[in-house]
Write a protein that binds this ligand. Structure first.
Ligand SMILES: Cc1cc2nc3c(=O)[nH]c(=O)nc-3n(C[C@H](O)[C@H](O)[C@H](O)COP(=O)(O)OP(=O)(O)OC[C@H]3O[C@@H](n4cnc5c(N)ncnc54)[C@H](O)[C@@H]3O)c2cc1C
Length: 410
């Protein structure tokens, strides 16, 4: 990693802004194909990223595609089940290929792989604004402390995550407020290490529209947090104050989790907090931003690549970063690259729409109770849920009227 802005080249093939999973996956794919790639981030790596740290099957698949799954699993804590805990306390354990690894370590692995493949990484270096000629993006203005430099590139990839400032500076934000906000902390509790060994998702009316989680990170450390969906109300009267009130509410929800969930209660009562409660936004459902403009592609959370309902986004951040790289590598003219990227992203949209529909559960807690109660009794339904988590079966079958009716018969 270069820390000196003096070493920044004047031009490159592709400038990737943001070295989270999406930007680093994109840079790695491009560098492996021999392109001259510059990857920048406003923070020096390794850096912390507020997250639940859970790697669900789509993340495993994307990491395998990048050739990084073994390296990640050497450091990750493997987990065999996802536990859904219903408003009335019912619980079902659904098998899945799952793991937990702190983002400090995960993102560093992907970023280092991009550098090993030939990408030149500069950090801390902040994206300020785009360079444009006749409506075509030709590079970016970048800053380190008070120094600024211009870097020209054939393509710029914006992978700056869910905080909207960079998207807004690039003129790509359609929605300025997040789709969801979330808060987490790490708690050490050695005695609970043998008791909590699944990813626990806790549904409860006092956490809706959202949920709480307890994820085991290994070595007696747990990632505990809450997530809250946010309607796009910033433009409506009182919208901004509504959003602020919801944000303040998040801390109370975290405290509420300690009374609702047995695991959270025990961890909060007698565990040691290793970190302060930290919050961060999420952008979901492939909405809220333009995907491209001449010379520029937007990937990862900046493009809304996190799943609604579950808030899981690492896998699709990696995947959309790879898709952006593949569209660039496919070659052709500028319009062809943008069209190719759009069609690759459009192929993912139905899956995102199903997760958006799953938000229904937050409005009808009885539905969650019913689903979990039935799943406890039906091996076939558990298998179907497992298929949804592993992305081998269609979630649409669960979250439609027909799907709900089938809960009574399956
Ligand atoms: C509390 C919380 C819990 C979550 N839990 C999970 C989970 O358990 N599992 C899961 O799969 N997903 C989870 N997610 C979602 C997941 O964190 C995101 O989907 C994922 O981080 C998106 O990756 P990304 O690469 O698009 O963006 P990021 O990981 O946010 O990376 C963006 C990068 O861009 C850099 N950047 C931003 N602006 C600039 C700028 N102006 N100049 C230079 N660099 C810039 C940032 O420093 C950052 O490194 C959670 C999210 C939150 C908030």
């Amino acid at each position: 990693m270069n820390t000196s802005i003096e070493l920044l080249p004047q031009k490159c093939d592709v400038l990737v802004i943001g070295a989270g999973p999406s930007g680093s996956a994109c840079a790695l794919t491009l560098a492996q194909a021999g392109l001259d790639v510059v990857l920048i981030d406003q923070h020096a790596f390794p850096r912390d990223k507020t997250c639940g740290d859970a790697l669900i099957p789509d993340a495993h698949k994307a990491l395998a595609r990048l050739g990084l799954l073994d390296a990640v699993m050497q450091q990750a804590h493997p987990v065999g089940h996802m536990s859904c805990i219903s408003p009335r306390g019912g619980r079902v354990d659904v098998p899945g290929t799952l793991a937990v690894l702190s983002r400090r370590r995960l993102d560093d692995i992907v970023c280092k792989a991009a550098v090993a493949a030939g990408a030149r990484m500069f950090a801390p270096l902040r994206f300020v604004t785009l360079l444009e000629e006749n409506g075509h993006v030709t590079g970016a203005r970048l800053a380190h402390a008070t120094q600024e430099r211009e870097l020209r590139a054939t393509w710029v990839v914006l992978a700056t995550g869910a905080v909207p400032q960079a998207l807004m500076a690039a003129g790509m934000a359609e929605r300025h407020t997040p789709s969801a906000i979330s808060m987490r902390c790490y708690i050490q509790h050695d005695a609970m290490a043998s008791h909590i060994n699944t990813l626990e998702f806790i549904l409860h009316p006092s956490l809706a529209p959202g949920y709480g989680w307890v994820f085991p990170c290994g070595n007696g450390v747990f990632n505990v947090g809450v997530i809250l969906n946010m309607p796009d109300d910033a433009q409506s009267p009182g919208g901004k104050s509504n959003s602020q009130a919801r944000a303040a509410n998040l801390r109370q929800r975290f405290d509420a989790l300690g009374t609702i969930s047995e695991s959270a209660r025990e961890l909060m009562a007698s565990g040691t907090r290793l970190s302060p409660l930290k919050g961060a936004p999420l952008r979901c459902s492939l909405q809220g931003a333009r995907l491209s403009r001449p010379g520029l592609l937007v990937t990862g959370d900046a493009a809304g690549s996190t799943y609604a309902f579950s808030g899981e986004g690492i896998g699709k951040a990696l995947e959309t970063g790879i898709l952006a790289a593949e569209a660039i590598l496919q070659g052709g003219d500028e319009a062809g690259v943008r069209a190719s990227y759009a069609s690759r992203i459009n192929a993912l949209r139905p899956r995102f729409a199903h997760y958006e529909r799953a938000n229904l559960i937050y409005r009808y807690p009885l539905l969650a109770d019913l689903l979990i109660w039935r799943a406890r009794k039906s091996a076939r339904l558990r298998q179907r849920l497992s298929g949804v988590i592993n992305e081998t079966s269609n979630p649409a079958r669960l979250f439609t009227l027909k799907g709900v009716m089938r809960l009574f018969t399956e």
